[in-house]
Design a protein around this ligand. Structure first.
Ligand SMILES: Nc1ncnc2c1ncn2[C@@H]1O[C@H](COP(=O)(O)OP(=O)(O)OP(=O)(O)O)[C@@H](O)[C@H]1O
Ligand SMILES: [Mg+2]
Length: 469
């Protein structure tokens, strides 16, 4: 990303604008009148892009990432996407439009419907879970996103770029730069040690050895495998292998992580560890993740939003709360009815990433500014490893600024915390005594999220039929 402040671009455009106007108003060169309109239109377009907050790179390439009403960047936009397997897939599409079912189409046309007419947006920093029974089209849909599977029809925009119209070279570049994948089968190279497995993607990109090993080391640290750099895959447990897979995916610093049943082969306890690890990593790195799972508990725990698929179609898209509280139809109701709500109504489901945190090394003035900008009256303080140090209140920060005291002197370190698996009934009891949002931390006190009073109210709504809420 080229980072030039949009103000600089704006001033340059104004200068060009003035120069062009001057030239156009002069009678000396009659040719100028022919170019008046296109130049004016060009300038107008650039100005509109600047006011939408586009980067210089976007302005130069003419490809702009769409944004939603709240200003979130839409990293993945899918419209009316279909994938039909088999000969002459285009012949099956009209049958689908007429409402013919997937199994009938297989019988009459011999085509298998992988994905049919799906549309959705994935926002920057979101974990979007594709969820559904075996054969519902999750993997097909995920692999269409980077054209590992070629869609039959529809549109896919990756940060605004229409990837179905790229030639093979362009597609390869986009895949390498923007995407990483993590699969259920770890796919590690058996004759390479951990660090060179992790560095593999960078090697393909032609990154020099010293730099790629440094970046591999950082990725290995992120997934908690420091010290295992020289081990061979055969000597690692399943959980550790998947950590290596995750580190390899992160090492290239992709915008988008595609994860297909990445934790499904792991033992339940290890699986839970990996889910926590992913939430922690996501908290720090804010990648855009499309996570495929057939496990509802996992989907509810990890997904900021979940798309429920059946026979290649998306039946419902929503947050965990929305899907549990207002299932779109019979199918979804049946899907969620077996969910153990006491198990599901946990802090992990209701937490959101903290809007803002402040670093321990920053001062009360910064804390105050951040709180003012985010319209908050208190803020959590974390250290370099994002471990929770405590909380600072706006009133105390005002006093500290006046009396020139450091941030450390006003941190309240005695705040209650909960874990992702803490039942909401307990979280609510804690909240009643403190009246503050409740921080959710892992075993190392790393801040994973925050349960706000409004989230607690939602839990009470949903759990009115559940003991303890
Ligand atoms: N290469 C292929 N050729 C023909 N049909 C395919 C192919 N790949 C997938 N399908 C079919 O497309 C449909 C969707 O399959 P997909 O693998 O996407 O499902 P899934 O939801 O990922 O299932 P699972 O949970 O078992 O991985 C299935 O009916 C499957 O048989
Ligand atoms: Mg699959």
């Amino acid at each position: 990303m080229i980072s030039i402040h949009s103000g600089v671009i704006k001033r340059s455009i104004e200068t060009i604008d003035k120069a062009v106007n001057k030239a156009l108003n002069s009678t000396l060169n009659p040719v100028t009148s022919f170019i008046k309109r296109p130049i004016k239109q060009g300038i107008e377009k650039i100005n509109q892009s600047i006011s939408r907050g586009a980067s210089l790179e976007e302005i130069i390439s003419g490809v702009e990432c769409p944004v939603d009403d709240e200003g979130n960047r839409i990293i993945i936009r899918v419209r009316h996407l279909s994938k039909i397997f088999g000969k002459s897939p285009e012949k099956a599409l009209p049958l689908l439009e007429k409402g013919m079912a997937k199994d009938e189409i297989l019988k009459t046309a011999g085509n298998t419907v992988g994905v049919y007419d799906v549309s959705f947006d994935v926002k920057e920093g979101e974990i979007f879970v594709l969820m559904g029974l075996s054969g519902s089209g999750k993997s097909t849909l995920e692999r269409c996103l980077n054209r590992l599977i070629e869609p039959t029809s529809g549109e896919i925009l990756i940060e605004g770029l229409d990837i179905l119209n790229l030639d093979p070279d362009e597609l390869r570049t986009v895949r390498r730069k923007k995407f990483s994948m993590v699969f259920q089968e770890f796919g590690l190279l058996p004759h390479r040690d951990v660090k060179s497995n992790v560095a593999y993607g960078l090697e393909i990109q032609g990154v020099p050895e010293k730099e790629r090993l440094q970046r591999a080391k950082e990725a290995i640290q992120i997934v908690g495998l420091s010290g295992y750099e020289d081990m061979m895959p055969d000597n690692l447990s399943g959980g550790m292998k998947q950590r290596v897979g995750l580190a390899r995916a992160l090492a290239t610093d992709p915008d988008i992580l595609l994860m297909d049943e990445a934790f499904s082969a792991l033992d339940p306890l290890i699986r839970k560890d990996m889910q926590d690890e992913l939430l922690k990593i996501q908290n720090a790195l804010s990648k855009t993740i499309v996570f495929v799972s057939h496990d509802l508990d996992e989907a509810l725990k990890l997904g900021d939003r979940i798309a429920l698929m059946k026979d290649g179609k998306i039946i419902q898209i929503g947050t965990a709360e929305e899907i549990l509280q207002s299932p779109a139809d019979e199918y979804v109701s049946r899907f969620v009815e077996d969910v153990d709500r006491t198990k599901i109504l946990t802090a992990g489901i209701f937490m959101r990433r903290p809007r803002e945190v402040i670093h321990i090394t920053q001062g009360p003035r910064t804390a105050l500014r951040v709180m003012e900008e985010a319209d908050m009256t208190s803020i959590f303080v974390v250290d370099r490893q994002r471990r929770l140090m405590g909380m600072v209140e706006a009133d105390d920060a005002v006093r500290a600024v006046k009396t020139e005291k450091p941030l450390q002197s006003i941190i309240n370190t005695e705040i209650p915390t909960v874990g992702v698996d803490t039942p909401m009934s307990q979280v609510i009891q804690t909240m009643v005594t403190t009246n503050y949002p409740i921080p959710v931390v892992d075993d190392n006190k790393v801040l994973l999220g925050v349960v706000s009073p409004s989230a607690a109210a939602k839990a009470i709504d949903m759990g009115s039929d559940v003991n303890g809420l």
